[in-house]
Ligand binder design. Structure first.
Ligand SMILES: [Zn+2]
Length: 568
């Protein structure tokens, strides 16, 4: 059994004489059978593992000393489980599986910096074992971190924030791939999955043509227009819009290989641009998803809508509509029909620029929309339909009658909410980690509803102001935070106090005491909040119209947190 591994086992024993030969064979078998890595390729990983298990000094004479020990003078702390780590551990070595990996660009000291974050799991080789998940931040922007990959991290450090432990992968850390992830790094010229296209650059794709139409782009200086072709391509990972500056006459349904296409981002949406340097040819692959399948799967959902998207197909329910008429620039009388729409993933707005093919007084109605554009206003997507011919009224909803979309709240992870687009009709949960000073009675500008600072509006100067009631919380799910604004009705309900009782309490005990009372009652509590989110450069806000405490076993944890903060 072990004969085929003999030569490799001998190699390992040469460098780690005190290792157990049977265990080395087991390791090779495992790499080969479970991970399809032949012994010749697995030897480095196996070697590292056994070097790590034996005394560190045994490796120094081989010239194979681990890079992390050269990197940092601190002793290496090699562990298998997160539970072996303490909050101040540095220069840690551990093998983990990457569970999620999200690239997030943030401003660090005025500079844009990409610091990916995500989840890791310890004990990656254990099947059905008890793995623990931690978060990580990757300050080194390693190209080796992909979901599904098993890696050995060297020279990483532990971070503790409000009792939550996580790993920092530093610029000097080593990330060694032990098993490739599901998302492979593409070489130039090699096709990428359409669903993974996020950033600007030059790429190659293979996709099926789902839509294509002639269009004109008018020059800004009024010197005429340029003929272009717009459309949509898809593979089984996603769909993407394109703009061709060159003649493009392929038939719908064609499978195309497109080399040297430029990805441009319009608002939040990537789009392919074809120019004179782009090479387009018919591609043959009998296993590629059919046009019908792709058309069915590339139907958007409201939760996926991004500002700037075009040529999208979507099924939505119109819930409320109004017709608005106005006089256009050319003096012509124009009308737009706009309203609230929903699907099972959320709610947003829609505008139709010609007479709708249904009675706007007999809603709700479900329609299928083709080739729509998306524009966001104050973060809320608006599905813009230029012509009624893009709308097909459906006899029944595809999601069944038992979903009441008018009152449907979509539950979204707090972290997903923070990293995603602004949304309407969502619900999330998190822990209250802060109560802001300006909670209680506030005064709003009568003109614009902004909160007055020292009796003055940012836009409208000194004002008497209209009183309003609200609470500002900071909500945390261990990975992300958002500002939670609780409106008057919900504040009154949450505090079990009327507006008048709140006014009286603040007059009697003062603002500081009042906020202190809220802190005592809410810090560390898990709460559920629903409303609409606004995500922009300043972070994420949730404007909530319904907030409630989730009763759970976390009462003890909350008490501990309060004690820690000295808010007993
Ligand atoms: Zn104002």
């Amino acid at each position: 059994m072990s004969a085929e591994y003999d030569i490799h086992v001998q190699e390992v024993l040469k460098q780690v004489p005190d290792a157990d030969p049977d265990k080395i064979v087991d390791a090779f078998i495992r790499y080969e059978k479970d991970f399809l890595i032949p012994p010749a390729d697995a030897i480095r990983a196996v070697l590292r593992r056994f070097q790590g298990e034996s005394a560190p000094s045994s490796t120094s004479s081989t010239g194979q000393s681990s890079s992390s020990s050269q990197r940092q003078s601190l002793p290496v702390k090699k562990v298998e489980r997160f539970s072996e780590l303490a909050a101040d551990d540095k220069n840690v070595e551990i093998e983990v599986e990457i569970i999620t990996h999200n690239a997030r660009t943030t401003m660090v000291r005025g500079e844009e910096k990409t610091v990916p974050y995500g989840l890791l799991e310890d004990m990656p080789w254990e099947e059905g074992g008890e793995s623990t998940r931690w978060q990580f931040k990757d300050w080194g922007n390693s190209p080796n971190l992909h979901p599904g990959a098993i890696v050995r991290l060297e020279g990483v450090s532990v971070n503790e924030y409000q009792g939550q432990m996580s790993l920092n992968i530093n610029q000097s850390s080593g990330v060694i791939i032990l098993r490739e992830g599901t998302r492979t790094v593409s070489k130039p010229g090699e096709p990428v999955d359409i669903g993974t296209i996020k950033n600007e650059g030059t790429i190659t794709i293979v996709g099926r043509l789902l839509a294509s139409r002639q269009d004109k782009i008018h020059r800004k200086d009024g010197t005429g227009s340029i003929d272009v072709v717009r459309g949509r391509l898809a593979d089984d990972t996603g769909a993407i819009g394109f703009l061709s500056w060159e003649p493009f006459e392929h038939e719908i349904g064609s499978l195309l290989k497109i080399e040297n296409s430029q990805v441009r981002c319009f608002r939040d949406t990537p789009e392919l641009n074809f120019g004179s340097g782009t090479k387009i040819e018919i591609f043959h692959d009998s296993n590629f998803a059919s046009t019908d399948d792709l058309a069915a799967t590339s139907i958007c959902k409201i939760e996926d809508l991004r500002d700037g998207a075009s040529d999208i197909d979507i099924i939505i329910e119109f819930q409320k509509m109004v017709k608005r008429s106005f006089t256009g620039k050319d003096g012509e009388e124009k009308s737009v029909w706009s309203g609230d729409v929903a699907d099972p993933t959320g709610r947003c707005r829609s505008s139709i620029w010609s007479e709708p093919p249904f009675d706007i007084n007999a809603l709700p109605i479900t329609v299928r929309v083709r080739g729509a554009r998306v524009r966001a206003w104050q973060g809320v997507p608006d599905i813009t339909i230029d012509d009624a011919s893009q709308i097909e009224v459906m006899a029944a909803t595809p999601w069944g009658d038992d979903i009441d979309l008018a009152n449907n709240l979509v539950e979204v992870d707090l972290s997903d909410l923070v990293s995603g687009p602004s949304r309407v009709g969502i619900k999330t949960i998190g822990t209250v980690v802060s109560v802001r000073e300006d909670s209680g009675i506030i005064k709003r500008c009568p003109e614009c509803r902004r909160v007055l600072r020292d009796g003055s509006c940012f836009n409208h100067g000194e004002q008497d102001g209209n009183p309003d009631v609200r609470i500002r919380f900071v909500l945390d799910d261990g990975r992300s935070t958002l500002s939670l604004f609780v409106n008057k009705e919900s504040t009154v309900q949450l505090l079990s106090m009327t507006e008048q009782q709140i006014v009286t309490a603040i007059e009697k005990d003062g603002q500081v005491e009042f906020v202190q009372m809220i802190r005592e009652n809410f810090l560390g509590r898990n709460i559920s909040a629903s409303g609409r989110s606004i995500v922009d450069d300043n972070g994420a806000m949730l404007l909530a119209d319904d907030v409630s405490i989730i009763e759970s076993d976390s009462a003890l944890a909350a008490t501990e947190l309060r004690a820690k903060w000295g808010v007993v």
